[in-house]
Write a protein that binds this ligand. Structure first.
Ligand code: DHB
Ligand code: FE
Length: 284
């Protein structure tokens, strides 16, 4: 039986990846953000899973804007790193886990989540930046095979927070019904509050982010009850990316143990958050 051993929530701001790729992590603008990652990275280095699932959104780099699946899942052997206009990031391509992917597609469709299936997919900063937050120096390969789970957060109507939480709960059941003994890490990506355009460009809401950071651990149902309009009002038009944290949270147990969290403003235009949770029983 496979099991979810940890969950990692993290922002995916592209300039976090660029700062790493260009050796700027010790610059005064960036140092505090990367220092805030250190305890999570150290713990994760000691808890390498057999497979990871990254819940993320594409930003019209891997998928044309004419086709917006509400939810999608990758089944490929390998995912290329997308070129977002400045050349590909100097990080490894991603090896997938088709066997677990097919099991997840089957289980989730059976539960009523009619996913779009990606047999081919280039992954953008929404995916590669969280991998870099986890593993700053991957060398030739990321620590384990990784499966992309896509959520539309960029085009109205995005799925509701409640639907994302329910998808996460179904994902957790799907993982636990996989016959092989695998440990699985789940990443929920995006957020925290930010708005990139319009009259509220630059909007950040630390009070809301602080509430979200606490409730994602102890009261996710409260977050799942929020409407998309309320989320955008409180977190900004791109802050709605936070619904992807609820997919990660839904896949975990009701009671989880926080390993580390940190909050940094601003990373580019965004309030950057990280939260790492251990899903094993406290005695383990
Ligand atoms: C920024 C944040 C994002 O979530 C994103 O996808 C692109 C850019 C930013 O703050 O610059
Ligand atoms: Fe984004």
């Amino acid at each position: 039986m496979a099991e979810v051993t940890w969950g990692l929530a993290t922002s995916h701001v592209p300039s976090i990846g660029a700062a790493m790729d260009r050796g700027k992590t010790d610059d005064p603008n960036w140092k505090a953000l990367f220092d805030g990652y250190a305890p999570a990275r150290a713990w994760l280095a000691e808890h390498r899973p057999d497979v990871a699932i990254v819940v993320y959104n594409d930003h019209a780099n891997g998928i044309d804007l004419d086709f917006i699946p509400t939810f999608g899942l990758g089944t490929a052997e390998r995912y290329e790193v997308a070129d977002e206009g400045f050349g590909r990031r100097p990080v490894p391509d991603v090896l997938g886990h088709p066997e677990l992917s097919f099991h997840l597609v089957e289980s989730l469709v059976d539960e009523g989540f009619d996913l779009t299936v990606f047999q081919e997919l280039a992954v953008d900063h929404g995916f590669t930046v969280p991998l870099s937050v986890w593993t700053p120096d991957p060398g030739d390969a990321w620590p384990c095979p990784v499966i992309p789970l896509l959520v539309n957060v960029i085009q109205y109507p995005q799925p509701t927070a409640a639907r994302c939480y329910a998808l996460g709960q179904a994902l957790g059941r799907a993982i636990r019904s996989y016959p092989e003994d695998l440990t699985v890490g789940v990443l929920g990506t995006g957020g925290m509050s930010h708005q990139l355009a319009g009259t509220r460009a630059g909007f950040i809401n630390p009070d809301f982010d602080s509430m979200w950071m606490q409730a994602i651990e102890t009261d996710p149902a409260r977050l799942a009850a929020m409407s998309r309009e309320e989320l955008i009002r409180q977190a900004g038009s791109e802050g709605i990316e936070l619904i992807m944290w609820l997919v990660m949270r839904g896949a975990m147990d009701e009671r989880i143990t926080k390993v580390h969290s940190d909050y940094f403003v601003p990373a580019s235009n965004t309030a950057a958050g990280i939260a790492l949770f251990d899903n094993r029983p406290p005695s383990a």
